[in-house]
Design a protein around this ligand. Sequence first.
Ligand code: F6R
Length: 611
Amino acid sequence: MCGIVGYIGKEQVAPILLDGLARLEYRGYDSAGVAVYSQKKQALCVHKAKGRLQVLSDMLRGGAAVDGTVGIGHTRWATHGAPSDVNSHPQVSQSGRIAVVHNGIIENYAELKSFLMSKGVEFTSQTDTEVVAQLIDYFYQGDLLEAVGRVLHRIQGAYALGILCADAPDQLIAVRKDSPLILGYGEGCNFLASDVTAIIKYTRDVVYMEDGELAVLTREGIQCYNHLMQPIEKEISHVDWEIDAAEKGGYEHFMFKEIMEQPEAMRRCIFPRIRDGEVYLEDFGLDESYIRSMSKIYIVACGSSYHVGMVGKYNLERLTRKNVEVSLASEFRYMDPIVDDHTLVIVISQSGETLDTMAALREAKRLGARILSIVNVVGSSIARESDVVLYTWAGPEIAVATTKAYSTQMAVLDLLGLWFARVLGTVEEKEYRSVLEEMLLLPGKMETILANKDNIQYLASQYFNHDSVFFIGRNVDYALGLEGSLKLKEISYIHSEAYASGELKHGTISLIEDGTLVVALGTYSKLFEKAMSNVVEVKSRGADVLALATESHAEEMGKTADAVMTIPDTHDLLLPSLGVVPLQLFAYYVALMRGCDIDKPRNLAKSVTVE
Ligand code: F6R
């Protein structure tokens, strides 16, 4: 949802900005731009281009065409104003003195724009961001910090801002409210960025800004301020992952790389948390008496993280016998949920920055709930605002379509369910042991599925031309179908829907006709016979059926379905963890065969920091 980067130092800034933007392109990719202060011209030089970052990079000869050692850059996911050169950031004030890059939305921009227009300010773009640049310029009387402070009192909404002023070229200003922003400490140079990936090549020492904070970056150092503009000291965190983790490493797409990384990610996530046959959750701030007093559990998330929550509902209810409700964060925040201090709200988010999820978290907190979050990005906003955090340790996920984060979120939720069940005495010793043993086998079983990827590629070649697909399943297979369907539609642009198989006859079956592709999920052994009946039902209406089944049921399934994707047998609770892998591969290969831009699907962005 827009990526921003800024640098002040002694090196030529444009190549650094372009490099940082390339790593942030997953956040938005409909246009890009940079503003650099040119010593020679004693002015800001702004270059912007609609389209992928490559267009801008080619225009600037990789940055060689721009001279200067301080600047800000932006890669955009349009909200206000269509993608165009003029609407790209940086947005510059009428005088050319102030340049601003922004991630978020200024909600009262229309009112501020009218005010400025009444003062004779002329606007050139349709963006909300231009209002910020113009307003800073309006208040500027030689003290940039003071002008920014006055603007912050007037703007409403969500914003991470990078600000550069031609009259004060020895500083950059960073501001954060409800949109992520970090600061990076280098030697003789400093950085601001939407996330660590943009600057990890240059520094691993970062500060995570909090809402309402502002920072002034110079070559010598960074001074942070709180919302009252009082100077504050911030703790510097050290990032401990390698830059290779954020690069493609020889793979054609990040998505494929991340699918292939799943066994390793699962090992990192699961193995340290199972010791001597027991679940061990690090730094776990929920005590056993609280677990016993919990009246219910709410799982709140968006998109694929919500789909993990759907599986979680089946698994957690089965394990803990507690009532588990799953809600889309965007609904939860406005639905007056029944939540109190005996409700545990589990918030799931890869990025830890999704705005709706964050708003739901705050609402749940306001109502008195305890917040446990399952998050991938360390130090992200959701992680910081939660009472307890369990990290997924999947490593940086760059492809817009999530894969390894989904699998590891599920693993954490399963571990959590087992731990609760142990405390509550709702799981039998034998079952507990058998799930834990099977969890340790998951990475190896995923490797078996991945080793068979050619078979899934072949199946994709048989079906990639279909233009409508239904995923059907019951229980955890239904929850898994939601994810399989989303994966396919978001990257291949094929219309696809997921249905609980039992619902087919309540309407959907009228859409099944000759050649409709139905992906029938039949991994859940207890309901396998029912899954078979649904396959027969859709086959008899002309559907092509591609099924998913465990090894022990694949042969039986193959007697009716046209083709079967197979996963190793495992404990029922863990089936979706394996079942999702063939579905991810299927979506990937279908999108590849349709020539889609897999890592950057149209209209999407990785981190959704707008409502
Ligand atoms: C789909 C996908 C999205 C995210 C959703 C929530 O492949 O990645 O549906 O799951 O935008 O994002 P996080 O988990 O970062 O809160």
